[in-house]
Structure formats: structure tokens, C-alpha cells
Design a protein around this ligand. Structure first.
Ligand code: SF4
Length: 247
């Protein structure tokens, strides 16, 4: 169907309309002819066109950000998103919660390969620190309680390294997961940032969760079946065992 160009009474371009409708408007006196070829009409009445709002400036534009990364899959969408916001992202690995050590190494190596492929600079905390982790969760190993000290331990270390290495922001891939407690992560992130004199980039990243699965698959990344600690492994595997025994 032929399209006509349409202008408002001040000559500003509007969306086009079918040529037949434009001719009808000319016949009704609701528009005047600007040109026959291409058919262009000018409306005889004013149209309220909202002014285009400028995009809000990103607070991360040009900022150096140290991103705590819990695993390769959670890094995929998060890195993409923070980079699009203009942050200069470096990944940071410190996850002494992951049990057993072979699983820790598998997740670390998955991330190392992905970071290399993406050209993502990384800071690797050299020690595993599993004994210290078990101590911080020993008083509250129950599901729903142990995660708080687990977040605190990892975010405090990230903030400390961010300050030492001259980063202005820290953030964590934990913010992408609906399985984690967003409010506690935010509280701990801000507390850690304040203690070490840096800023915590606080955004609910869960809208990237579905896409992160797709990206992880696309990049062939190993995707774990439990959160990380020995308790979460036990809970996940015992659920699987119960399902198998019912089958
Ligand atoms: S379930 Fe996950 S977040 Fe919670 S304590 Fe275990 S490893 Fe940490």
C-alpha cells in the first residue's frame, strides 16, 4: 500500500499514513498538499509531539569497577551489562565457599577460559581459605542464615582489593541470581564499600538471569548444580536422591 508523508502544522515530520487516507484528509480540508511526488501533506492542526528525553547518564561511565565473580555463567550477562553502562570492568575471584576443592577449581578454570576469550582482565585471590569460610558459617549453618556471612566474607574482600588496587566501584555477580538474597547482598555490599572507602554499584540484575543461561550455553560453560558450599551440595544432592528413590 502506498504511503504518504505527513507533516504537522509547523512542517515537522510525523509518522506516515496510507496515501488513500492522505487524499481523504486533503478532500476534507484537514490537510494541505505539500508535494505530489512523493505525496506529502501538511496537517492544518497542531500536534503535540513530546520532546525526546536524553538518556540518563550512567554513573559508571569511565569508572574502574572490580566485579566479584561467583562463576563463569553468572559473569556472562553481568559483564556485558556493566560494560554497556561504560564501566571499565575487571573480574575478581574469591570464593572459598565452594566445596569441594575440585569443584572450586572447575568453576575457577571455567571462568579463566571465559575471561581470556572475552579479554576480561582478572584479579585472582591466590588462597582458597576454606577453613576460614567454615568458621564464619559454623554458628549458623542453616539454609537462609549461612548466606549472610558468606556474602559478607566475599564482598569485604572484594572491597578491600578494590581500594588497594585503585578501583572506584565494586559489584558482584551475586546480584543476578534469584536464588540469592538481594537485600542482604546490597546491605553487605554497601557496608563493605563504606568500610574500605569505595562505592558499591547497586542494581537488581535479575532481569539478565534467563539470558545468562543462554549465554553460558552458547559459550559452552560448565553450569554447576548447587550454589557452592558443602551444605548447599548436600541439600541439592539429597533432593536429587529423594527424587530418584520416588521414581
Ligand atoms: S548456599 Fe551459597 S551463598 Fe549460601 S552459604 Fe552456601 S555457598 Fe554461600
Amino acid at each position: 500500500m502506498a504511503e504518504a508523508r505527513v507533516e504537522d502544522a509547523q512542517g515537522r515530520p510525523l509518522s506516515g499514513c496510507p496515501a488513500e487516507k492522505a487524499r481523504q484528509m486533503l478532500a476534507d480540508g484537514r490537510a494541505s498538499l505539500v508535494s505530489d511526488d512523493p505525496l506529502t501533506i501538511r496537517l492544518s492542526y497542531a500536534v503535540d509531539i513530546p520532546e525526546r528525553q536524553p538518556e540518563p547518564a550512567s554513573p559508571l561511565a569511565g569508572e574502574r569497577l572490580l566485579l566479584h565473580i561467583c562463576c563463569g555463567p553468572c559473569a556472562t550477562w553481568t559483564i556485558q551489562h556493566l560494560t554497556q553502562l561504560g564501566a571499565l570492568v575487571t573480574g575478581f575471584w574469591f570464593n572459598p565457599n565452594i566445596h569441594p576443592f575440585s569443584e572450586h577449581e572447575r568453576r575457577r578454570e571455567t571462568l579463566a577460559a571465559f575471561a581470556q576469550q572475552q579479554g576480561l582482565p582478572m584479579v585472582w585471590e591466590p588462597s582458597y581459605e576454606m577453613p576460614a569460610f567454615l568458621q564464619v558459617v559454623a554458628d549458623a549453618p542453616q539454609q537462609g542464615q549461612r548466606c549472610h556471612p558468606c556474602y559478607r566474607m566475599r564482598l569485604q574482600r572484594t572491597a578491600q582489593r578494590a581500594a588497594e588496587l585503585g578501583y572506584s566501584y565494586l559489584c558482584s555477580t551475586l546480584l543476578i541470581s534469584p536464588h540469592q538474597d538481594l537485600d542482604i547482598i546490597r546491605d553487605e555490599g554497601h557496608a563493605a564499600a563504606e568500610k574500605h572507602g569505595v562505592r558499591f554499584y547497586d542494581e537488581n540484575l535479575r532481569r539478565g538471569f534467563a539470558e545468562h543461561h543462554r549465554l553460558a550455553k552458547e559459550h559452552g560453560l560448565y553450569q554447576q548444580r548447587y550454589c557452592g558450599c558443602i551444605y548447599s551440595e548436600w541439600e541439592s544432592l539429597s533432593k536429587d536422591a529423594a527424587t530418584r528413590s520416588r521414581a
